[in-house]
Design a protein. Structure first.
Length: 401
């Protein structure tokens, strides 16, 4: 078992998927107070509830003014407070994952990053195989118009420890995934504060500059989001360890025939030394970070108005050389989550064909808005930064001594 500390070095947001609107918060003295609607309704008379219902139809509704009018103390209805130094009043805010109103770093998020880094590391020597799988997938799309699962067979085959060639049912089963044997705690707070961050999405245009807008249904729209985020220099503790089940799995070679063969992916040998695994994972994550940051820096250098972004990314790249960093959560983006950049490095035309055949995300389009033509490299074209030009999601990782 390896006990670790995570320290935030840029704002971090791991969301619940939920958002709350201005009906549920009050801005006061550079703080944003999330309120309990249940407590608020209990404080109101029947007439006041009707008044609230009517006022909610007004787009300019202010909960702050409503509380003043009804002489309701904020202390009676607030749930928790966040620092706020944004501009204007957010229309809605993405909620941070918490327990008892205290944020934590989910172990599943950390495992997701480790999986992406390991996949990148293994794929470097398997590009021909990956491209072959994707070519078959693109043919399948042409025949059936099924746009899910591009390249997934390749990814699943890397991590599965059963032998699909020996099974009638060749479908992937998480029961036989190598990372099933890697257990990661939720990292709980030691110190903790959170803020509301205004995050902007910047898109690289052909003219060579970053724009903080896109065109949706013929209208220019700014891509600003407000998110609850863990503040900088906050500390979280947790552990990473091998599951005891891996030793049992060794005994059942017929069920897990590829387990010993796949151990090097985790940096392990047959003796299952966790120190070997820790060293390997840190090296792989460090290499993955360096590669991803290089791609983000390359994208920023194509823009003539990205000096502030380059400064932050260059700093992180230097820090990654001397310390162990990890990036999780909102704002990581496509580079950290897919294999498209590796494909682009190998075959830029083939990467273009993939992007134009299959949008990479729910908001991605396969046609450039301005030119009305197929998208052009590089992919992706967007990066997200806070209002103060910081990238989201970076933490320092170190061992508890």
């Amino acid at each position: 078992m390896v006990e670790l500390i995570l320290e935030t070095i840029t704002p971090v947001h791991v969301g619940t998927g939920n958002k709350y609107s201005g009906v549920e918060f009050v801005l006061k003295d550079d703080m944003l107070y999330r309120v309990s609607l249940d407590k608020l309704l209990k404080e109101l008379t029947e007439d006041q509830r009707e008044d609230l219902t009517e006022r909610l139809e007004d787009r300019n509704f202010s909960l702050t003014n409503f509380l003043k009018d009804k002489k309701i103390a904020l202390s009676e209805i607030k749930r928790y407070a966040s620092g706020f130094d944004g501009v204007g009043t957010p229309r809605e805010i993405a909620e941070l994952i918490k327990t008892n109103n205290r944020a934590y770093i989910p172990g599943s998020s950390i495992k997701g990053v480790i999986r992406s880094a390991l996949l990148w590391h293994v794929t470097k020597n398997k590009m021909d195989e990956l491209i072959g799988v994707i070519r078959k997938d693109l043919e399948r799309i042409k025949r059936r118009d099924l746009k899910k699962g591009i390249g997934m067979e390749f990814v699943e085959d890397i991590f599965r420890v059963d032998d699909k060639t020996q099974k009638q049912d060749k479908n992937y089963d998480a029961k036989y995934d190598l990372l099933k044997f890697l257990e990661i705690d939720d990292f709980m707070h030691v110190n903790y504060n959170h803020n509301i961050e205004e995050v902007k999405t910047y898109s690289l245009k052909k003219e060579g500059y970053f724009d903080n807008w896109t065109i949706i249904r013929g209208k220019k729209r700014f891509l600003n989001q407000f998110v609850e985020s863990i503040s900088i220099k906050e500390i979280f503790k947790g552990t990473i360890r091998l599951s005891p089940q891996i030793k049992e799995a060794f005994k059942y070679e017929a069920e897990y025939p590829l387990l010993k063969e796949k151990l090097p992916i985790l940096g392990l040998k047959n003796d299952l030394n966790e120190e070997d695994m820790k060293k390997h994972l840190l090296e792989v994550i460090g290499g993955f970070n360096d590669w991803c940051l290089s791609k983000e820096i390359e994208l920023c250098r194509k823009a003539n108005n990205a000096k502030a972004f380059l400064k932050e990314l260059d700093f992180l790249k230097r820090q990654n050389k001397t310390e162990h960093l990890i990036r999780i959560g909102f704002g990581s983006g496509t580079i950290y989550q897919t294999l498209i950049k590796q494909v682009e490095e190998e075959d830029v035309v083939f990467a273009q064909n993939i992007v134009n055949a299959v949008p990479l995300g729910k908001n991605n389009r396969k046609i450039d808005f301005k030119t009305n033509k197929s998208l052009y490299p590089p992919y992706p074209k967007t990066l997200e930064f806070t209002r103060t030009s910081k990238p989201m999601g970076w933490l320092r990782l170190r061992r508890v001594m």
